[in-house]
Ligand binder design. Structure first.
Ligand code: ADP
Length: 446
């Protein structure tokens, strides 16, 4: 096992990693930018190294500075958290060449699954359901037009190297498909240095359902069941829950097993998420695979009792997965509300500032993952997540009731937050009855 790891991240996920490492008897070293000097989570690690100015490009995204910090701090491994360098195969490769373990997949399996065209190909081979559409990058427009005729409009043009919703175009007819291909290719080339695009069926309404999976270096792979993340705005998730409501047990079993098979076929080690859209008939179509720990991993931890971050550390040290598929089961229901420093009344504009009051809720089934405390000044340089409220209950109804109670106890002053909106959503009949899809929040707010 490692004796010392470096955390190449900040905020709540840095603290989350510190906690699991501590339990495993591992020391932690945090890197921080000048904007995060004196930040609360740095009180909990064993060592902290300043790596540069506030812009992420000069600190949390700066590979040479992070590697130098790792060498100076003499760590055995680096946990990238989520965001920043977590899905950068080049970074994983540099870690390897510096003989520092990357707590995540190998650069090869990260690239194999991160390239969407290749990932779809692997998914087909593993019997993971995918959207009908092209099976390789579009070479000629005529070919894309032909596929669109076959599967029917609307279709979506997507970049193979895509991320953050860039390089995507929806087309309702031939003309918009032709222009969409040009636009998506140009955007993908500029953003990712790779202009490969493909076309697939576009689903007008759907739920976002994803499967948590984990693999190890010994060829084992398991799933930790599913989550629903349909409550989103501009592709930013706001509420996540596990298990996903409205999925029949046999469908769940098939989907989750297929997701585990997919990462097994990619020789994947570490935590990953296979994302799907689910239509009204409970048909699933894979969107993409995220090769990192996700923001919403705690809802899965709450229903399975598994520490995903600890398991990630163990498998990257070469241990086998600390559980078998038979040992993983669902207990109750869990909901996560993302508490952001944003003003829902003003188009969710980020509102960094000082927390003049920060009282967190507690009680049975209530977990708060946050790096904040009273008096903390949130810097304007990074994302606006200030904490996650994760609540478990016997069933969905119980979890909703408990979450509402916890949201009432959660008192933040000094900045606007999403707490009020969460209270509204958890009392909204559509949410209570799980009549949700990926656009319901935007319709409700319109
Ligand atoms: P990115 O990696 O850029 O986030 P994704 O493949 O995850 O790209 O897609 C982002 C979002 O775009 C999805 O959450 C979904 O809302 C929408 N989307 C992508 N593909 C489709 C599709 N085939 N049909 C309907 N919506 C889609």
């Amino acid at each position: 096992m490692f004796s010392r790891i470096l955390i190449a991240n900040r905020g709540e996920i840095a603290l989350r990693i510190i906690r699991s490492a501590r339990e495993l008897g591992i020391q932690t070293v945090c890197v921080f930018s000048e904007a995060d000097r004196g930040a609360p989570w740095l009180d909990y690690c064993d060592d902290a190294v300043c790596i540069g100015p506030p812009p992420a490009s000069e600190s949390y995204l700066n590979i040479p500075r992070i590697i130098s910090a790792a060498e100076v701090a003499n760590v055995d491994a680096i946990h990238p958290g989520y965001g920043f360098l977590a899905e950068n195969a080049h970074f994983a490769e540099i870690c390897r060449s510096c003989k520092i373990a990357f707590i995540g997949p190998s650069p090869e399996s990260m690239s194999a699954l991160g390239d969407k065209i290749n990932c779809k190909k692997l998914a087909r081979q593993s019997n993971v359901p995918v959207f009908p559409g092209s099976e390789s990058a579009i070479e000629e427009k005529a070919e894309a037009l032909q596929i669109a005729e076959e599967i029917g409009y609307p279709v979506i043009v997507k970049a193979s190297a895509g991320g953050g919703g860039r390089g995507m175009r929806i087309a309702h007819n031939r003309v918009s498909l032709e222009t969409g291909i040009d636009a998506a290719q140009a955007e993908a080339q500029a953003a990712f240095g790779n202009g490969a695009v493909y076309v697939e069926k576009f689903l007008e309404t759907a739920r976002h359902v994803e499967v948590q999976v984990m693999g190890d270096q010994h060829g084992n792979a398991v799933h930790l069941f599913d989550r629903d993340c349909s409550t989103q705005r501009r592709h930013q998730k706001l509420i996540e829950e596990a298990p996903a409501p409205g999925v029949d047990p046999d469908k769940r079993d098939k989907l989750c097993t297929a997701a585990a098979r997919l990462i097994q076929s990619a020789g994947y080690s570490g935590a990953a998420t296979v994302e799907f859209l689910m239509d009204d008939d409970q048909l699933f179509y894979m969107l993409e695979v995220n090769t990192r720990v996700q923001v919403e991993h705690p809802v899965t931890e709450m229903i399975t009792g598994i520490d995903i971050v600890a398991a990630m550390i163990r498998v990257s040290a070469g241990e086998p997965l600390p559980f078998t598929q038979d040992e993983i089961s669902i207990r109750g229901h869990a909901i996560e509300c993302r508490i952001n420093a944003e003003d829902p009344d003003h188009n969710f504009a980020p509102r960094p500032g000082t927390l003049s009051r920060f009282d967190v809720p507690g009680g049975p089934g209530v977990r708060v993952d946050t790096h904040c405390r009273q008096g903390y000044r949130i810097p304007p340089n990074y994302d606006s997540l200030i904490g996650k409220l994760i609540v478990a209950g016997r069933d969905r109804e119980h979890a909703i009731q408990r979450t509402l109670g916890a949201l009432t106890e959660f008192q933040i002053e000094g900045i606007p937050t999403t707490i009020g909106l969460h209270r509204r959503l958890l009392k909204y009949s559509g949410f209570i009855n799980a009549e949700i899809d990926i656009h319901y929040l935007e319709r409700l707010l319109a």
